[in-house]
Design a protein around this ligand. Sequence first.
Ligand code: AMP
Length: 290
Amino acid sequence: MQEITDPQAMRAWARAERQRGRRIGFVPTMGALHEGHLQLVDRARSRADRVVMSIFVNPLQFGPHEDFANYPRTLARDRELAMQRGVECLFTPAATSIYPESPVIRVLPGSLGDLLEGATRPGHFAGVLTVVAKLFHFVEPDIAVFGRKDYQQALLIRRMNEDLSFGIEVDVAPTVRELDGLALSSRNVYLQPDERRSALALSRSLRAVEQAWRGGQADAQELTRRGLEVLTAPNVHPDYFALVSEQLEPVKRADARTVALVAARVGKTRLIDNVMLGEGIGSDTAVRAS
Ligand code: AMP
């Protein structure tokens, strides 16, 4: 596995590979890798000849009171996991090489970036889209793979790709969960054992809403009430529970394409999760905790 830190060297490597006729698959991450990230690698692998993974904790997407300084950084372990999973090129740039100075020009998500996650985390998605646009320029991938776990993020990246004509194939992979339903997240390492138990309230609330909908309840208000009712556990502070269309519009009646999105603080750790009602949590990938 190649490891590249310099963005220009990254671009040169990717261009040389493409000139040899190889399709490049790209998996951008912030590291602290878990099986959710590694399944994105598998997806990229099956659709491309060379897999590039980036590890970059992007300062631009963290708010002033968020966990940028404490975000888990486990590069030695990440390197090992990426190599074992067959990543050909690990791109690990320094913040100073991605942002030699604070960018004046940023990619703005528009109104879709002000809802839900964006309402709680102002500027978050502008930070995400700006770094993803820059990473796309350095890697120039044929296909880039993102996780459904960050539903709004994946939607905005798809939109950016279309609106700004990147011409990249954007693929979105199912959420990877532990066997008890907890969606894998780099932030799960913050959870104390009692908080780990409480954190199950998120997936439980999604499952409850999915079951109520399958049982014939389609009224979005009723389903939201049901979700919030189940989202109660010690130390769980709900941020939002929302039923929206695939494009994040509010819905009155839920159908198979309706997405239930939940965010809550568990202790000090903020977690998110979602399910598309017609697919259900059961269609996500379950793995044993490592
Ligand atoms: P992050 O390192 O948290 O920024 O995530 C990098 C990529 O991995 C994003 O596309 C995420 O949506 C994806 N991802 C994170 N957790 C999961 C998960 N549990 N299942 C599937 N994809 C995930």
